[in-house]
Design a protein around this ligand. Structure first.
Ligand SMILES: CC(=O)CC(=O)SCCNC(=O)CCNC(=O)[C@H](O)C(C)(C)COP(=O)(O)OP(=O)(O)OC[C@H]1O[C@@H](n2cnc3c(N)ncnc32)[C@H](O)[C@@H]1OP(=O)(O)O
Ligand SMILES: NC(=O)C1=CN([C@@H]2O[C@H](COP(=O)(O)OP(=O)(O)OC[C@H]3O[C@@H](n4cnc5c(N)ncnc54)[C@H](OP(=O)(O)O)[C@@H]3O)[C@@H](O)[C@H]2O)C=CC1
Length: 291
């Protein structure tokens, strides 16, 4: 089946980026969220990020106008039932994702492929609670979606080959590169990246370095584009903690123990850039370390 229409659930930082790249690649996109404000903010951000691409000569004004014309939004999850491919990109919480699939299933065409952009949760388990585990996959984009080249493709135990091949074609059409990962906690990228971020938080917690010195060390000493704490704020500290919890519980190894300081920031509601405070305070002109 050729995929032409795409439904996206969750219009947060990943959902809006996913809508952006699909629309530019010529797909019709229908995006939903639980609040109209989230949908409006996502559309404004897509507009802004496309302007950024125009100013760098990556796309034209016409490309932008056509792409924006391909994105529709709705508050009714059921409307996504008519799309060929659904990408769930809501909050990294299994109960939230399960509830979304449960509500969506009665409205889906039989041939629709269901995917989740989850950073860590078992694809096999999510798939097993749907009516189509063979047509269910992990479809893991990296942040910021318009910039990052990689997409992880994760097959659940029951995913069939035609579904996998369809998704490989979709990734090609997006002009991105697919990496296949087996379905184990946090797959490849986050299995490696998130323990590094967690270790950076331990380094801060134990007083080995300050926010500034830790980030500077990895930027200047290991040529990372962002320091680990800056990156954690960029990803969202709630998402980082959720991924560490999945690693810790799923692999039952104390080396994945989430740092208590990371938990404390999340409990404070200091989730990083999206709440304007995390390891940095973003409310002023320039980010100021909070420790
Ligand atoms: C948690 C998970 O499940 C998985 C994950 O995603 S892990 C996170 C993976 N992501 C990373 O590791 C990102 C690390 N950081 C970076 O690569 C860079 O800092 C960055 C690309 C985000 C910004 O780079 P920079 O050099 O500081 O900024 P800048 O020069 O302004 O931008 C570089 C490019 O990114 C674009 N860009 C920057 N931020 C953007 C955003 N939020 N949305 C869209 N585009 C963005 C710019 O338009 C520019 O595009 P071109 O190269 O096409 O011209
Ligand atoms: N941040 C990152 O760097 C990456 C994240 N991911 C994954 O992508 C997914 C989304 O993450 P991200 O975009 O960062 O998170 P955000 O918090 O930015 O966005 C999540 C969005 O989903 C909405 N939402 C929550 N519940 C529902 C629901 N029942 N129906 C529809 N929308 C809902 C939220 O609304 P509200 O705010 O009102 O709760 C919010 O707008 C997660 O699974 C995450 O692990 C994958 C790769 C990278």
């Amino acid at each position: 089946m050729e995929i032409r229409t795409v439904g996206i659930v969750g219009a947060g930082q990943m959902g809006n980026g996913i809508a952006h790249v699909f629309a530019l690649a010529g797909f019709d996109v229908l995006m939903t969220d639980i609040s109209q404000e989230a949908l409006d903010a996502a559309m404004a951000l897509i507009d802004h990020n496309m302007d950024r691409q125009i100013s760098r000569g990556k796309i034209s004004e016409t490309d932008k106008a056509k792409a924006l014309g391909r994105i529709k939004t709705t508050l009714k999850l059921a409307e996504l039932g008519k799309t060929d491919l659904v990408i769930e990109a809501a909050t990294e919480r299994e109960t939230v994702k399960q509830a979304i699939f449960e509500d969506l299933l009665p409205h889906l065409k039989p041939e629709t492929i269901l995917t989740s952009n989850t950073s860590s949760i078992s694809i096999t388990r999510l798939a097993s609670r749907t009516d189509r585990p063979e047509k269910f996959m992990g479809f893991h984009f990296m942040n910021p979606v318009p910039v990052m080249q990689l997409v992880e493709l994760i097959r659940g135990i029951a995913t069939d080959d035609p579904t996998y091949q369809s998704m490989v074609k979709v990734v090609e059409k997006l002009g991105k590169t697919a990496a296949s990962a087996e379905d184990f906690p946090a797959f490849i990228v986050n299995r490696i990246l998130m323990p590094m971020i967690n270790e950076a938080v331990y380094t801060l917690y134990e007083g080995v370095g300050s926010v500034k010195s830790i980030d500077q060390s990895l930027k200047l000493g290991a040529n990372h584009p962002m320091g680990p704490l800056e990156l954690a704020d960029f990803i969202g500290l709630d998402t980082c903690l959720a991924i560490m919890n999945v690693l810790h519980e799923g692999l039952a190894d104390t080396k994945y123990r989430p740092c208590p300081l990371l938990t404390k920031y999340v409990e404070a509601g200091w989730l990083g850039r999206k709440t304007e405070r995390g390891f940095y305070d973003y409310r002023g002109e320039t980010p100021v370390p909070t420790r």
